[in-house]
Design a protein around this ligand. Structure first.
Ligand SMILES: O=C(O)CCC(=O)C(=O)O
Ligand SMILES: [Mn+2]
Length: 210
């Protein structure tokens, strides 16, 4: 594959055209990363959602949970939020300080092992606005985020390993120009939880209780 390995660098800004990526290889989360991983596994009401792709129903190859203030729709499913837990509120405060942005919801994805994955996509739903700021915190097994430009086929796929405790902020035009995803791995992987903090804007004329 045409790819480029981005090393973890001290600088917080990753070099990417047509987008803005900020990266912290390690963040202070107030407790050991493994303990936080275990706590989130125990506290969130994990579900395996069915999604519809071209009218066909599939079970997502991972578990997920959605907490926040407002509902959210994607890939044909409607998510009603679970309430914030004190664990999530504490993480949100830390993430908001680093990202310099306030979030009203978080999507948790639980990759149980090497077979769990997420297809290439952009977080570009209308509710997220035109230049969404998305803060992605990873805990547990390191998995590699792939980033592919939508039109510039001359640009290499970016491979960004996301180790436990790392924070990636995607902002500016990133969602407009790039897709990202997590492939399955051949080698054994332990559990990983990724939290993407988002700001959902209420859409005019659309209630949250649908
Ligand atoms: O697991 C990851 O690092 C990616 C998660 C993601 O892209 C999403 O939740 O939209
Ligand atoms: Mn995403």
């Amino acid at each position: 594959m045409n790819s480029q390995l981005l090393e973890q660098i001290d600088s917080e800004r990753l070099p990417v055209v047509d987008g803005e990526l900020l990266f912290w290889p390690q963040t202070e989360l107030g407790m050991a990363y493994e303990h936080l991983l275990e706590r989130l596994m125990a506290e969130s009401p994990w579900r395996q959602e069915e999604i519809s792709i071209y009218g066909k129903a599939y079970r997502q190859p991972r578990l997920s949970a959605w907490h926040g203030d407002l509902g959210y729709s994607y890939s044909g499913i409607r998510l009603e939020p679970e309430p914030w837990t004190s664990t999530l509120l504490d993480i949100r405060e830390r993430v908001e300080k680093l990202a310099g942005h306030q979030f009203n919801s978080v999507l948790l994805n639980y990759y149980r092992d090497q077979n769990d994955k997420m297809g290439m996509h952009s977080d570009d739903e209308t509710e997220l606005g035109r230049q969404p700021v998305i803060a992605s915190l990873s805990l547990g097994e390191s998995r590699t985020l792939l980033l592919r430009h939508k039109t510039r086929k001359d640009l290499a796929t970016i491979k960004l390993p996301l180790p436990s405790g790392s924070l990636l902020v995607m902002r500016g035009n990133t969602q407009h120009h790039w897709r990202h995803g997590i492939n399955a791995e051949r080698a054994h992987c332990g559990p990983r939880i990724n939290l993407t903090f988002r700001t959902i804007k209420p859409l005019a004329g659309r209630g949250t209780a649908r």
